[in-house]
Write a protein that binds this ligand. Structure first.
Ligand code: UD1
Length: 366
């Protein structure tokens, strides 16, 4: 499905090209979104502190889009928890909108270091909002997560379900959603979209950019990928006694390229809808896949078996989580295009080309 009009960023010529600030622009979802923004004619400024990302990722984006479009990609090294960095970012340019990805997302780490999560996710967003307000920028697309549904009592998850946080990471996302709703209420001229991601996986079809987590991955596909390239010996399958088709837990995996196009659709919605207020949308496929189905889909792309070990359930995990996609389809005109087969094909392409991620080799990694 088309995701908004073509060349929406190119609002009538060089002088009026729309400019978007992308926080966390060097990260997994940030790079894929920056790439599509450039392709759509936007001028992009990425800000990143490289806590969980590397400069090479943006170099690869430049390489994919080519020399002409890459002149429209700007980068500022900066940390949203440092107000002076934000001053630098907003002094550099006038932004028509902000897409805010920067933040931490590892559940286990958030339990061990909740203060780090509050500082990065909450203080960072408070500072960003203050700077936006001061500089007259009132359009924001915020990275939220399906984590705000907690352990859903009913699936598919619809946007107006009860929300609940199960860990400090989830609490930061839930609080920020509520905070942004309060801010909207107090500043009705603002336009805010909260995007609740389900499970983003896959990579750009070039295999040049993809997810490159530090240390041992927590999430399923990065873990499978590291088993495939020989960095880890076996996949632990957490839980095989759920009430699902094969006993393993069900999630809604979404291709990162679809997720990125969901951001373009959200941005275009913001530009087109002055009275939008603050609205949440799910970005998922609406289809649930079990852990074992995912392993088999990956094996098909990889051409070999992934060794697995059945393990007890992971504490805090839900049995079945998948999105209702109706609201995003209806209001954003956006729908995911790719299935798990394409997600695994592109994940494997990225892995095969970059077995040690952007940093190239085992000794340079982590
Ligand atoms: C997890 C987080 C969620 C966060 C999301 C970010 C928890 C409880 N939830 O979601 O808050 O927003 O990541 O993408 O951590 N699995 C295995 N073996 C593994 C890894 C995972 O069997 O090595 C299973 C899990 O038990 C789960 C499924 O694979 O059933 C997906 O796990 P994961 O990729 O971590 O995503 P979520 O649990 O959905």
């Amino acid at each position: 499905m088309a995701n908004g009009g073509a060349d929406a960023g190119n609002g009538g010529g060089e002088g009026t090209r729309r400019s978007v600030l992308v926080t966390g622009g060097a990260g997994f979802i940030g790079t894929h979104t920056a790439l599509q923004l450039l392709e759509k004619g936007y001028d992009v400024t990425a800000v990143d502190n490289f806590h969980n990302s590397v400069p090479e990722a943006l170099e690869r984006v430049r390489h994919i889009v080519g020399p002409a479009l890459s002149t429209r990609l700007h980068f500022i090294l900066g940390d949203l928890t440092i107000k002076e960095d934000l001053e630098k970012v907003f002094a550099a340019k006038r932004y028509d909108a902000v897409i805010h990805f920067a933040g931490l997302k590892a559940v286990g780490e958030s339990v061990a270091h909740p203060e780090m999560y509050n500082r990065n996710n909450i203080v960072g967003t408070v500072n960003l909002y203050d700077a936006m307000k001061e500089h007259g920028c009132n359009k924001l697309v915020f990275s939220s997560s399906a984590t705000v549904y907690g352990q859903p009592e009913k699936v598919p998850c619809v946007e107006d379900s009860a929300l609940k946080a199960l860990n400090p990471y989830g609490r930061t996302k839930l609080y920020l959603e509520e905070m942004l709703r309060d801010y909207q209420h107090a500043n009705p001229e603002g336009r805010t979209i909260l995007l609740r991601y389900f499970n983003p996986i896959g990579a750009h079809e070039s295999g040049e950019i993809g997810e490159d987590p530090r240390g041992i991955p927590n999430n399923l596909l990065p873990y499978i990928q590291q088993v495939a390239v020989g960095r880890l010996p076996v996949l632990n399958v957490y839980g095989h006694d759920y009430r699902t088709r094969d006993g393993t837990a069900v999630r809604d995996y979404i291709h990162v390229v679809d997720l990125a196009s969901g951001h373009i659709a959200a941005l275009e919605k913001l530009f087109a809808t002055p009275d939008i207020g603050c609205v949440a949308y799910n970005l998922g496929t609406g289809r649930g896949t079990t852990v074992l189905e995912m392993v088999h889909a990956f094996e098909k792309a990889y051409g070999k078996k992934i060794p697995i070990k059945m393990c007890p359930r992971r504490p805090g995990d839900s049995e079945e989580v998948y999105a209702s996609t109706e609201k995003a389809e209806r209001e954003l005109g956006w729908r995911a295009q790719y299935g798990v087969e394409e997600m695994c094909r592109d994940q494997w392409k990225w892995a095969a080309k970059n077995p040690y991620g952007y940093r190239g080799s085992a000794d340079k990694k982590d």
